[in-house]
Design a protein around this ligand. Structure first.
Ligand code: NAD
Length: 310
């Protein structure tokens, strides 16, 4: 007999390719969710994943896992992770995926919103910022419940590269990448610090080092796609952390792609800025200090992304 739970937390993953499968696995291992619905238009893919997951259940916190090609399987979800669609081929930018993936979103987002009207939609499919904006329109949900993983991944990458230079744990590095999750993303070095000490006061951390750390961050996906064909583990970990933030009502501050309202004068576009994440989704957007150069970089991300909005 299957165990019953007092409090339930259902996560649906729509699109069970490299990213969706890895995220679902990370969520399964986290052990918080009581149900995971795997949904893919290729039903065999979802079904195969289900069978493989089921064989680990005797070793993990029990989680009900289902597989389907029908979006109504999202019903009752607290969180729906959307990772369906085309991915970058070598040399392709994220923004070049827009035509293919906008069509997919027009088909799937209304169906997800109908099946799970109270859910939080976490958009992962690229170009993530443009598709957050599309998903907001297509779902009719409030913007706190439709957001993208955005530059949370780039921020994690930057913190790692800086930590290697400083020989410190990446968790101790307070530095953000904001803007587009793509070629116009930018590092916020003006306020980056470790325990309040500005990064540039650390021995050997020169502007050239900082530039290289960000270049490595910005080019990470291109390099991994060249070597491996796709990225999945770091984004799977980001999705797991966002799930935990929602599940635990954690009020963690992370950069997420959200529709801006008068952020340094910018509105009607989605891109990443620091957000407070809790059980309702994005509870608050934090306006952080940006120097003149960073404000110009923010404006460039806005201009670039707006040119892709319908
Ligand atoms: P993939 O090709 O391995 O998987 C895509 C999956 O989507 C496939 O299983 C496919 O069957 C499914 N799919 C396609 N159309 C569908 C539909 N209409 N309904 C349901 N499922 C559908 O690709 P991937 O490597 O998993 O990447 C998925 C997306 O995630 C891409 O857009 C990629 O660029 C993006 N991505 C985003 C980040 C990020 O940081 N936001 C990181 C990595 C990848």
């Amino acid at each position: 007999m299957k165990p019953s739970f007092k409090s339930e937390f259902k996560v649906s993953v729509v699109g069970c390719g490299n990213v969706g499968a890895t995220a679902a696995y990370a969520i399964l291992l986290a052990g918080n969710s009581t149900e995971i619905a795997l949904i893919d238009h290729n039903k065999d893919k979802a079904q195969g994943l289900l069978l493989d997951f089921e064989h680990s259940l005797s070793l993990l916190n029990y989680t009900k896992v289902t597989a389907s090609d029908d979006y109504s399987a999202c019903a009752g979800s607290h969180l729906v992770v959307v990772s369906a669609g085309a991915r970058q081929e070598e040399g392709e930018t994220r923004l070049q995926l827009i035509e293919k993936n906008r069509k997919i979103f027009q088909q799937i987002i209304p169906a997800i919103a109908k099946a799970a009207p109270d859910s939080i939609l976490l958009i992962v499919t690229n170009p993530v910022d443009v598709l957050v904006y599309e998903a907001l329109k297509l779902s009719g949900f409030p913007s706190g419940r439709v957001f993208g993983s955005g530059t949370m991944l780039d921020t994690s990458r930057l913190r790692f590269h800086i930590s290697e230079r400083l020989c410190l744990n990446p968790k101790s590095i307070e530095a953000y990448v904001l803007g587009e999750h793509g070629d116009t993303s930018f590092p916020v070095y003006s306020s980056a610090n470790v325990a309040g000490k500005p990064l540039f006061e650390f021995d050997g951390f020169t502007p050239a080092e900082a530039k290289q750390c960000f270049e490595d961050t910005k080019n990470a996906a291109y390099r991994i796609i060249h070597d491996l064909g796709f990225t999945c583990y770091s984004i799977g970990t980001v999705i797991r952390e966002i799930m935990i933030g929602i599940f635990r009502d954690s009020k963690i501050v992370v950069p997420l792609s959200v529709k801006l309202e008068d952020y340094y004068g910018h509105s009607n576009v989605a891109l990443s800025v620091p957000c407070v994440l809790d059980s309702r989704g994005i509870a608050e957007v934090i306006k952080v200090p940006l120097d003149e150069k960073e404000q110009k970089q923010l404006a460039l991300s806005v201009k670039t992304l707006k040119s892709y909005l319908d």
